[in-house]
Design a protein around this ligand. Structure first.
Ligand code: SF4
Length: 375
């Protein structure tokens, strides 16, 4: 623990460094809670460079909470398309509706109301409260926890509840009460630019003199690994129907009520976005997919369909390693399925789709280019 004088020096040095070297990011030019909230949600599990263009496009279309609350969900998802973890976009809009309905469109400025919003946890609430409203709440996420674990040479799995609570207590004690929003951003910036997961750049660190992990020579092994959930391998077969004009069809996002059932047959592929018909398979993927399509198309004869394999697409979502075996099925006329929507195969992003669905479309397009007679 730092004494009063050390703590003051620690804060001064970190803030001075931040003021000099901070990256100029679009959400740092505002104190609008809506914009800060949006940036925090987009930055979850996603790199800054990937977020910037999405953030700007999103705000162009939805400049305030009311516009977002009133927009069709399809459009919100379309502007999120490619950013992944689409539950974030759905929760964002649900929360916007809640803010309009319960708070007259004014962003709540207290932890209870913020934590009641879908998709807002303690980290996001603390970020909004401190950055937008100047309130004394210290943020704590994996990035900040890593910095604090190294500074205090904290051993063990940080996600164990008691240890996490101890790290939160440290974060609260270090927080500069005069400028909590800037302080939180400075700690996050240190974690994002110098105190990175691999090879921390301690020689450039403004608070290296206070770092116990560096003194003990263990900074780069902290935080210690947590016990990970075992990886699960999943194989899916996906059907990409294509007619003679190059059109395909996608199935709509499943409704809240049937997403669990869908997750059984196509975990993560669906992502609750528009998607190709797909089934979880073991054994011969073409045969399994044919059986699945017969069910989906309610007995339509699939005998004439030729399933052209379109390589393999690999994808990882949390603990799942997914292998997708896409099949291109060339048909004169696309089969009719209630709710499905036609799109050109080369431009499926006209609908909100996940990156995985885009990869499948690319594989199907490539398979047509390399099919016999096309070379
Ligand atoms: Fe991180 Fe190194 Fe700074 Fe310690 S000295 S906080 S390990 S960058």
């Amino acid at each position: 623990m730092l004494n009063g004088r050390e703590l003051a020096t620690f804060r001064e040095q970190l803030l001075a460094w931040f003021r000099q070297f901070r990256r100029d990011l679009p959400w740092r030019r505002t104190q609008d809670p809506y914009r800060i909230w949006l940036s925090e949600i987009m930055l979850q599990q996603t790199r800054v460079a990937a977020v910037i263009p999405y953030y700007e496009r999103f705000l162009e279309r939805f400049p305030d909470i009311r516009t977002l609350a009133a927009a069709p969900q399809e459009e919100v998802l379309r502007l999120w398309s490619g950013l992944g973890y689409y539950g974030r976009a759905r929760n964002l809009q649900k929360a916007a509706k809640q803010i309009v309905a319960k708070h007259g469109g004014a962003f709540p400025a207290n932890p209870e109301d913020l934590l009641a919003l879908p998709g807002v946890g303690s980290y996001t609430a603390a970020a909004i409260l401190s950055i937008a409203f100047g309130k004394k709440h210290a943020v704590l996420d994996g990035n900040v926890a890593r910095v604090l674990a190294r500074l205090g040479a904290i051993r063990g799995d940080l996600r164990e509840p008691q240890r996490w609570q101890a790290v939160q207590t440290t974060a609260d004690a270090l927080l500069d009460p005069k400028t909590p929003g800037e302080w939180n951003q400075a700690v996050m910036e240190l974690g994002a630019t110098l105190c990175t997961p691999k090879s921390p750049q301690c020689l450039l660190c403004p608070v290296a003199q206070f770092c116990e992990g560096r003194k003990l020579g263990i900074a780069d092994i902290l935080p210690e690994k947590r016990n990970k959930r075992a990886t699960v391998q999943v194989t899916l077969a996906a059907a990409v129907f294509v007619d003679n004009e190059g059109w395909t069809f996608l199935l709509p996002p499943p409704q809240d009520t049937d997403v669990d059932a869908l997750a059984d047959y196509a975990p993560s592929l669906v992502s609750r976005m528009w998607h190709f018909p797909a089934a979880s398979v073991t054994g011969d993927p073409a045969e399994k997919l044919r059986a699945f399509l017969r069910k989906l198309l309610r007995g339509v004869s699939t005998g004439n369909w030729h399933f052209l394999p379109a390589g393999r697409v690999r994808h990882a979502v949390t603990y799942r390693r997914i292998t997708i075996v896409p099949f291109r099925i060339q048909v004169r006329k696309l089969p009719r399925i209630a709710g499905a929507q036609r799109v050109p195969l080369h431009d499926i992003s006209l609908l909100p789709v996940s990156n995985l669905t885009r990869k499948i479309a690319r594989a199907a397009l490539a398979s047509a280019d390399s099919a016999p007679g096309k070379r």
